[in-house]
Design a protein. Structure first.
Length: 440
């Protein structure tokens, strides 16, 4: 049985620069230009008339001479057939096959995070619940005592974890970068129990290392001894990316600047974390340097307030331009090069339970010597960028598609090329100021 016309329409979003289509069988998102959209509509009609499969649909169109919009020149035949093949398969999936036929197994026992009130998890901590006294601090002695005892609870906003470790190397750097995040008076519920342990057995003598365990599971290989803090930070990122699929997770720096939720969406190596650090030191409230956490229930951004991980040349760059920056120790020769962590700012720690609506999306790229430039990104193209830079787009399926469409349509989306941090900030601040008042 084919999906109803309304269900098909619900999976199609048309913007002025093209259309985004969610395929309920493959759980993929396709972008179509205006001519591609016209072809898809024609193929939908052919499928609805009873054509048997994509090849039969293409033959029907070519025979009728309706394979290209009348007001546009048809491309050469080989290109046309190749283009039709992909569109015909998409139309066949959308119209001629039941979505339940192929992915019912994926849906079994799974909640719809948008519409099922019975199984949506609402995290009250992220909308104003009171945690630890923001005036308190975490000292080295308290960190060591809790790590080696019942565990140190880190309340990061959207996630609470309990960390245990007997490693002598961990308390001092951890207390430095989490200084403004004291443990809550009552540990309460935690999302995950984490342990950092020394490598055991014969290997400990000739290759000492640090193991990371999350709820008893060891997700990756030990790191060399002396790298406990980087192992903890990368491990916590793994925990959040794999366990928090009730939220839509983008690979993005996230800040609140002048009341505007700012997402810096980019792949590793783009300068995202360095720009996030510079923005947080210029007065923007840090939510995360790694995750754009969009709560599906209300499409607001949640903090996951952890230190900003700086790598290689960015460490000295931030230290030189911002003497007030509090940096942890530099860890050399990790698998990502030299790494240091910018401490969680006191303001970000105090407001770690405050969500913010997204207002500005930026796709940043750092290039040495480049002049800072902002170029508007139209919605359909932004959706493709979101899908490519998401941790769980394929897991959430249609819920992520709906969220991506809403984000692309509701926020201003821009591509930023920059060579100097000050130039980038000079372009972004008026943009956030202008949109901050609209996003309340």
């Amino acid at each position: 049985m084919s999906p109803t016309p309304r269900a098909v329409a619900d999976r199609l979003r048309v913007f002025d620069d093209g259309a985004a289509v969610f395929d309920p069988v493959t759980w993929q998102t396709h972008l179509l230009s205006s001519d591609g959209l016209a072809l898809l509509e024609e193929l939908d009609r052919v499928a609805a008339e009873g054509a048997r499969g994509p090849d039969a649909m293409i033959e029907h169109l070519l025979r009728d001479g309706a394979a290209w919009p009348a007001d546009q020149p048809a491309p050469r035949a080989p290109d046309l057939v190749a283009r039709l093949q992909g569109l015909a398969e998409l139309a066949w999936h959308r119209r001629a096959r039941s979505p339940r036929h192929d992915h019912a197994g994926r849906e079994a026992g799974r909640c719809d995070p948008l519409s099922s009130a019975a199984c949506t998890v609402h995290d009250d901590r992220s909308v104003g619940a009171v945690g630890a006294d923001p005036r308190g601090v975490l000292g080295v002695a308290e960190a060591a005592h809790r790590l080696q005892g019942d565990g140190l609870v880190l309340d990061l906003g959207a996630m609470r974890v309990r960390v245990r470790s007997s490693l002598a190397e961990l308390p001092a750097p951890l207390a430095r970068v989490y200084h403004w995040l004291p443990p809550p008076d009552e540990p309460g519920f935690v999302d995950c129990d984490v342990e950092l342990l020394p490598v055991a057995g014969p290997r400990r003598a000739w290759r000492p290392g640090v193991r990371f365990l999350a709820d008893g599971t060891e997700p990756f290989e030990p790191m060399p001894a002396g790298l406990a803090l980087p192992q903890l930070e990368w491990g916590l990122n793994w925990v959040f990316a794999h366990l928090f699929t009730r939220h839509w997770l983008l690979h993005a720096g996230t800040l609140d600047w002048h009341g505007a939720g700012l997402l810096l969406v980019a792949a590793p190596g783009s300068g995202k974390s360095t720009l996030t650090a510079a923005l947080s030191l210029a007065g923007a409230r840090l939510l995360s340097d790694e995750f754009g956490v969009l709560r599906l229930a209300d499409h607001r951004l949640l903090p996951i307030t952890k230190p900003v991980a700086l790598k290689n040349a960015a460490i000295d760059l931030i230290a030189r331009r911002s003497p007030q920056a509090v940096l942890g120790p530099v860890f050399h020769k990790t698998h990502k090069g030299d790494v240091a962590h910018l401490a969680v700012p006191s303001g970000a720690a105090a407001r770690r339970h405050e969500s913010v609506p997204p207002a500005v999306v930026v796709f940043p790229t750092w290039r040495a010597g480049a002049r800072a430039e902002l170029t508007e990104v139209r919605p359909a193209r932004a959706i493709a960028e979101f899908a490519a830079n998401s941790f769980n787009y394929g897991v959430l399926g249609e819920a992520a598609f709906e969220a991506a469409c809403a984000l692309a349509a509701g926020a201003g989306c821009w591509r930023l090329t920059f060579g100097e941090l000050d130039d980038a900030l000079a372009l972004l601040e008026p943009l956030c100021r202008a949109r901050g008042g609209r996003s309340a």
